[in-house]
Design a protein around this ligand. Sequence first.
Ligand SMILES: [Zn+2]
Length: 281
Amino acid sequence: MQSGPRLARWLLLIFLAILLGAAAPGGAAALRNAVSVTAITLDGFAISWGDRRILIDALHRAAAYGVTPAIETAMREALPPFDADLVLVTHEHIDHFIADVVADNLRANPKAVLVSSPVVIDAVRAIFPELEEGRFVALSPTLDRKVQITVAGVRIEAFNSPHGIPAVLNLAFLLDLGGHLFFHPGDLVGMTTDGSDPSTRLFDLGGQSLDLAFVPYWFLSEPSCHGFVRREMAARYLIPMHGSPRKLEAMLHRVASPSFPNLVFFENVLDTWVLPERDRP
Ligand SMILES: [Zn+2]
């Protein structure tokens, strides 16, 4: 006489499934489209979108930037969260990119595709020439021409993002994660509101509104740059970067938080933040 209790158990499970589906806005679809960000180093992040993983400037070994030997091993062996579908590198400086760490990661994780500047791609290919062509996408946007591409189901726009060093091509990335728009300008420096024409844009975002922008902290610690941030990187949430999470919060609390109530601070490296869904009309 098992059928009674078994049926009751199934009914209970079905009831719970309906309850859970109703509790999450959009149910399973919303979960599939959920986006979270894990702080890896002071300027590098892992983004999780549904079952997809994206790394930006998150494979280097700058100890001063929070990379411990255990984290470096996880990077090289492509252990979570370093098991990415898409590896993005903004430029070749050692606090954003170490060629042999990226090369080890790509070798350990056959699904990962590296998208970056030709200099970065060439440095990785020189270490592991046997990695197939399809594992690399080299992008060379100019100041007046962005580049668009879709890799691993992620629509990417890449911009030339001035670093103040002409020999260095620094990329800004706009990522479309199922309608969530994320922006990372790499080491953008030297741009302020002073003398720049407010009617022109450095980054042509096509009028799209951003959900999240990673912002180098120097644009936030300097009030004369706040207009630039509003014009070029207006987003629902801003994550200050290029400093230790705790130090950034202490530094920006007084000078930036009143102007930008939507700053997101991480307590520590490897902490994760989940992007709240937009309010539905
Ligand atoms: Zn740099």
